[in-house]
Design a protein around this ligand. Sequence first.
Ligand SMILES: NC(=O)c1ccc[n+]([C@@H]2O[C@H](COP(=O)([O-])OP(=O)(O)OC[C@H]3O[C@@H](n4cnc5c(N)ncnc54)[C@H](OP(=O)(O)O)[C@@H]3O)[C@@H](O)[C@H]2O)c1
Length: 380
Amino acid sequence: MADGGDSTAPLIKKEKRKESLGWFEWGRGWFKVVEEFLFQRIMASHLENPLPLPPLDGITFVVTGATSGIGLEIARQLAQAGGHVVMAVRRVKLAQELIREWQDVENSEVGTGMPLNVEVMELDLLSLDSVVRFAEAWNARMGPLHVLVNNAGIFSIGEPQRFSKDGYEEHMQVNHLAPSLLSMLLLPSLLRGSPSRIINVNSVMHYLGFVDTEDMNLTSGRKKYTSYLGYTGSKLAQVKFSSIMQKRLPAEAGINVICVSPGIVQTNVARDLPKAVVAAYHLIPYFIFNAKEGSRSTLFAATDPQVPEYCGVLKADEWPVCPYISFDCRPMNASEEAHNLETSREVWEKTLDMLGLPSDALEKLIEGEQIQCKYGSERH
Ligand SMILES: NC(=O)c1ccc[n+]([C@@H]2O[C@H](COP(=O)([O-])OP(=O)(O)OC[C@H]3O[C@@H](n4cnc5c(N)ncnc54)[C@H](OP(=O)(O)O)[C@@H]3O)[C@@H](O)[C@H]2O)c1
């Protein structure tokens, strides 16, 4: 050959796989985070606190992580508005104490003196077996589920990398994998409750996330592990998985998957920060929402009658990302990276694979068929 090149070399070079966010996306991501921090109070000033809720009698909600912060507020307010609330928690005793407080007439702050329709069920997202057990127990009732609120989450700031007993990086497991498994396995109950909703308490920090589907556990060494990488990646993975789930759910199923940003909220989420930083965090209450303020966007997404209509419009337009509600209860555009449908599909497939679910699990569950999952002992 005249050019001395290899005649078997492909004529078109394979496009290089993206390995991280570009500088522009990264800058925009930080801009979004700082904007949310500085202006959330002004942008949400039209909202009442607490958010007024419609009567919720006859509506069943499962709320994960209902023992602290945003989840505690969500569960209490839903129950006090008449909803049937299942607190899905790992600290069962604490949840039972909370219910007593909420019903206590002498507790002037949160007690109503009225009996509430709340129950507690054990769920540890660090164990996929626990997720399967929870779903089995719930589905066995053959009752409807109207709203699943995947609220529980962790951000182990500054902590070394840790893995669950299932072998997955803890942020990825608690914030993305386990809630995804829960959403999938509860589909039969959500179908019975249709029209129904899955609300994922996400974060503006997904704007800073990047998911490498070949390294979901962040163990390849291509990038040095930090809790920031773990948290932001897990929150982006949740948006991407939700986007494909929302696309694959047929409109007739009447189930919508919605992500929500609660704002920047003073909770226990920063419990692992150094004490001095936590103290500083408590000194800036003007900018930071309290848990009641931080619960508003989730409560809105879970109960407002206009939300399914908004979801329907995005579905009809084949919008590439799941519906996303901002801390001010307005629609929000997810990050540019979240719009990449190709990688969202990869995240979907990889997630099902990590959860030991077949690639057609969603379609089978919607058709009322049973599926095999490698966690738990039985068929679903
Ligand atoms: N606070 C913010 O500024 C902020 C901003 C954006 C997004 N978010 C998101 O909001 C959600 C709620 O966080 P928060 O701020 O309310 O934090 P939080 O006060 O720390 O509450 C987190 C809840 O999740 C539960 N949880 C943690 N690990 C669990 C596990 N393995 N199994 C079951 N439950 C588990 C906790 O249970 P225990 O009580 O047993 O620990 C707790 O009830 C999270 O998804 C978080 O990422 C928060």
